[in-house]
Design a binder for this molecule. Sequence first.
Ligand SMILES: Nc1ncnc2c1ncn2[C@@H]1O[C@H](COP(=O)(O)OP(=O)(O)OP(=O)(O)O)[C@@H](O)[C@H]1O
Length: 802
Amino acid sequence: MNTSNNNDSTSTNSNKNASLSPTVATNSDASVGSGRASQDNSHLGSSIWNPSYVNQSSQRHPQQQQQQQQQNSQFCFVNPWNEEKVTNSQQNLVYPLQYDDLNSNESLDAYRRRKSSLVVPPARAPAPNPFQYDSYPAYTSSNTNLPGNSSGQYPSAYQQQQQQQRQQQHAYQQGTIPPSQFGSRFVPSLYDRQEFQRRQSLAATNYSSNFSTFNSNANQGTSSIPVISPYRRLSAYPPSTSPPLQPPFKQLRRDEVQAQKLSIPQMQPCSSKNDLQPVSNATPKFRRASLNSKTISPLISVTKSLITTYSLCSPDFTYQTSKNPKRVLTKPSEGKCNKGFDNINSDYILYVNDVLGVEQNRKYLVLDILGQGTFGQVVKCQNLLTKEILAVKVVKSRTEYLTQSITEAKILELLNQKIDPANKHHFLRMHDSFVHKNHLCLVFELLSNNLYELLKQNKFHGLSIQLIRTFTTQILDSLCVLKESKLIHCDLKPENILLCAPDKPELKIIDFGSSCEEARTVYTYIQSRFYRAPEIILGIPYSTSIDMWSLGCIVAELFLGIPIFPGASEYNQLTRIIDTLGYPPSWMIDMGKNSGKFMRKLTLEESGTSTQKHRIKTIEEFCREYNIVEKPSKQYFKWKKLPDIIRNYRYPKSIQNSQELIDQEMQNRECLIHFLGGVLNLNPLERWTPQQAMLHPFITKQEFTGEWFPPGSSLPGPSEKHDNGKGQQRDHGGTRHYNNAVNNNYVYNSNSSSGGADSVDIGTISKRKENISSDFPNDFVATHSVQEGPTNEFNKLHIVEE
Ligand SMILES: Nc1ncnc2c1ncn2[C@@H]1O[C@H](COP(=O)(O)OP(=O)(O)OP(=O)(O)O)[C@@H](O)[C@H]1O
């Protein structure tokens, strides 16, 4: 991620400089090396593009630097490979000052950058030439206008050498010297790889051109043996025998390249295994210079090594990561509070490459955003010391969020250090916490997608029962531990259950920002609406069993792909629950602080013989009473009752053609229905505990016979009880009749339920996850939205009822 971000930034920077530095790598550009040297490179450290030559050059005396710059303007350059300041072999090139298109205001350097092209790499580093004759232009019949041509002006050493070579070849053809000797004499290091490579880093073309010159000379004689250079001709480099390039040299070079294309490679006789050894060419045609290797491919020069390329091209080019334009991660990004560090929502405005924290081992480089919630933002970071990639939750700077997040940190500390030190029960691990610019930052282990994202990836199709079982078992394991520790999570939902890795079905529970001890249930407005237990909606004291309700909703959602109770408001939420599962027991309604808001007491005449004493208000009654507009509840599923919804959910494609698999699936579904019945019991006192649910055949994979009783419970397991809308419940083929009304065995004692009498609504402090649904076009093709979190994607979703 770091890399990609850097790349992001790099490309931005590069674009910015694109007009400045077209793709250039000419001889003249080699001067960039020394040009850069005069700049302040102290910030560069040991970064990839900061070769030693830059640093060393930068240590030069200012006078030397000035001198150097003057030399640069004469097209001298510092060889980036061997640190030697050398005069370019082509320094005598007449640069086209007289060009028509040269703007009089334009500096020569700028002109060169504008006119140059990467097609021709910068001149190779001149170095001591192993071939003396390379110092002289080769004689060919075509270059008779060269200085020192056939008119007898060649130095005698050169002529002697040529003569010697001709003799050697003749001797070889006569068979007086063996081929190997001939080769090695003729080309002193032809088969010496080291030498070959060394030469390749030099002006290999020089050799190549001389070689072919000799070849052509030799062929003029009696020779019938083709002497073939083992090297690919480096036509991109101007051969030393070429005349100095004249304007327009680019065109000349192009012509030259084209002319060289005509040379047809010839076959070489293969007499031994060694002849089959491939000869790799370290400086193939069109390769560009780089600073840390001799040549690089064009692709690399304009991608991975773009910065190097620019540094070679432009003396003005400087690159500093810290100066990159930073990608802002926070929205809105206008600084409004906290001295401009925070936006209007008191969220710290985060940028890619920001560093959170100041202490040596507590500096975290911001890489990307992972999620945003009520309490703040979660960003992917790298610990600058350990290089570990982590998730940092940057809490809003307001006191109420800070206080609540301190509670989250304390609960996580308790879970990590005391309750689950061995990291076996699927709780998020917290590594560190610190304050940055008035923001509490909690450092967590980095996890992968949450379950909502997983469903989204699955196009909101349900998961397999097998996978649901795996996930449910792990969540139940966590809930067992929480219950034993008398802790309530209070915000269980798919967004707060994260995969440890994208490819493993291992989960962790996150976000303990709403969590509380069972004995201190001070907040009454808790849980995200879709996963909100009926006792919270009605306003009665609550316990760890609210997490079991949320679990039931999550399990149903994993099966169906979409939430089972996607309430558009609290009223709508309760309506959906009652429609699907029936009425809560009367004692809950009697006791609930909010019951009067949603329920109406039945008169004796209305209730008749039924045990039902209440009914939910009609939408008209509710809207009239509260003077609000409540949209009619949209139906996502064709069926209303939970067992029908599950039974009639479409089969996965993989089993559609096998009756045996369908029967197996239906058996599993019956087991799931029974499990959900026990977990989604409206009566929190009868709702299964996580320990009980763990023993259900849906989890244990024991055979399900249609009946199951939680051990230690005198209550029967759930049957299919449905309210017929008149306050009466009837069985739908269930094996037992189950009265959902208040059970005399369970007289609700508010004192026993964790002292919830003093509940306080803390307003914005508590997590108000108001999930707002919008209208859907019809019952079976629907969209709905959720206020916060990734569920917003739901907005765009068309849910098709199976
Ligand atoms: N450790 C982590 N690794 C990867 N992603 C994470 C991690 N922690 C949180 N996230 C992502 O950030 C999102 C928000 O995190 P979290 O729920 O802790 O914030 P919040 O402000 O408490 O949110 P909420 O409004 O749901 O209470 C999560 O849904 C998840 O996608």
